[in-house]
Design a protein around this ligand. Structure first.
Ligand SMILES: Cc1ncc(COP(=O)(O)O)c(C=O)c1O
Length: 369
């Protein structure tokens, strides 16, 4: 039903954990909102361009049930995380303790080690099950200052119980930051209900909005507490005041913004996030899980991602051990786009994939075995 809304290749495209497909209307929206005010008018395009950013933040707010003023555009998650941790006063204390998992996206670990050089980083070891709240319970205690939680893990197809972990952190007065890069758009999320301190995300994967349109979200309490160091005139309460001796933080999350912002990526992303906010992440989730379940029934014994739906991300992992590369080559030859990481083949069906796509995939995998 939604298939015709997307630009789809000939190939069966199942790489949505990496890059989601563009909407058919994306080019037109970009031309109207970004290019036209620049090309077709003799006036400053900034007013129209800043309206794109407002739209981006309000569409995110609608999708994730929060207030637009709590979102700030960021180039990517790494940059967002750097700005956040360098701005939080408690994290500047030498010896502060940060908890994360070895299964997190490596870039997040690089950031925490470099942006907080005096912090002790404690890793939950990879073999431990990050879908199990009891594992988190062993590590989240009052000696920890910040817990970093990935909502979804694309290499293992797991989903962390973020509500329970954030609640655990709150009880122990531990700050929490949630990475939604792999979940936003495919796993429903209510930020008001979650009540984390910080959230970081992008638009490039399940939101089909292209790269360069990342963002951070800050709780109202942290908005007061944080003092960003990486600032610019767009972080100012009144960017047009132009008094070099007077810097005042913007009252919203835009205090994290910086200098002259990038706009073009947000024209694509605002448009596609609007599409998914109207559609509802639960619709994508239901479809995605139904297709994953279909493949799991046929590929019994080969699936290494969680069986329980509450523990699954949007990605199915199939492990054929020493045959993985051979199967990947056969899938590529059959024009089926998936990829392979340490745990196995990553298969991520979106709203535009069909039961036929999964049947085709299963046929090729079983023919090689
Ligand atoms: C869980 C997770 N976090 C973060 C990222 C990307 O971070 P960045 O936007 O800094 O490149 C990815 C990319 O694949 C990811 O899967």
């Amino acid at each position: 039903m939604h298939r015709q809304d997307f630009v789809l290749p000939q190939a069966t495209y199942l790489l949505n954990h990496s890059v989601g497909r563009p909407l058919v209307q994306a080019q037109q929206a970009f031309e109207q909102q970004f290019l036209s005010p620049w090309q077709d008018s003799g006036r400053e395009p900034w007013q129209a361009w800043l309206a794109i950013i407002e739209q981006f933040c309000s569409n995110l707010a609608k999708l994730l049930n929060s207030d637009a003023s709590q979102f700030c555009p960021q180039v990517n998650l790494s940059s967002a995380l750097t700005k956040l941790v360098m701005a939080q006063p408690r994290l500047q204390r030498p010896g502060c303790k940060v908890l994360m998992s070895e299964a997190d996206f490596p870039s997040m670990g690089f950031v925490l080690q470099k942006a907080l050089p005096d912090a002790e980083i404690v890793f939950i070891p990879k073999p431990l099950d990050v879908t199990d709240v009891n594992v988190w319970q062993q590590y989240v205690n009052a000696s920890v200052d910040l817990v970093f939680i990935s909502h979804a893990y694309s290499n293992t197809g797991q989903q962390a119980p973020i509500e329970e972990i954030v609640a655990l952190a709150k009880q122990q007065e531990v700050l929490s930051v949630v990475d939604i890069a792999q979940s936003v758009g495919v796993i429903p999320l209510d930020l008001t209900r979650l009540n984390a301190d910080f959230v970081i995300g992008s638009s490039v994967k399940w939101l089909c909005g292209g790269p360069g349109a990342g963002y951070l979200w800050v709780s109202k309490a942290q908005l007061q507490a944080c003092q960003p160091k990486d600032v610019g005139w767009f972080s100012h309460d009144n960017p047009f005041e132009f008094d070099i001796h007077q810097f005042r933080y913007h009252s919203s999350a835009l205090k994290f913004w910086g200098g002259t912002p990038s706009v073009a990526p947000y024209a694509f992303a605002a448009h596609s996030i609007g599409y998914f906010a109207d559609l509802g992440a639960h619709v994508v989730r239901e479809h995605n899980q139904a297709l994953i379940s279909l493949a799991m029934q046929q590929l019994d014994g080969l699936c290494v991602s969680p069986i329980k739906e509450s523990q699954r991300s949007g990605t199915l992992i199939v492990d054929l051990k020493h045959q993985n590369q051979q199967v990947l080559a056969a899938l590529t030859a059959a024009d089926i786009s998936v990829d392979c990481r340490e745990a196995g083949l990553r298969i991520s069906p979106h709203i535009y994939n069909t039961a036929d796509d999964m049947a085709h995939l299963v046929d090729v995998i079983t023919s090689v075995r």
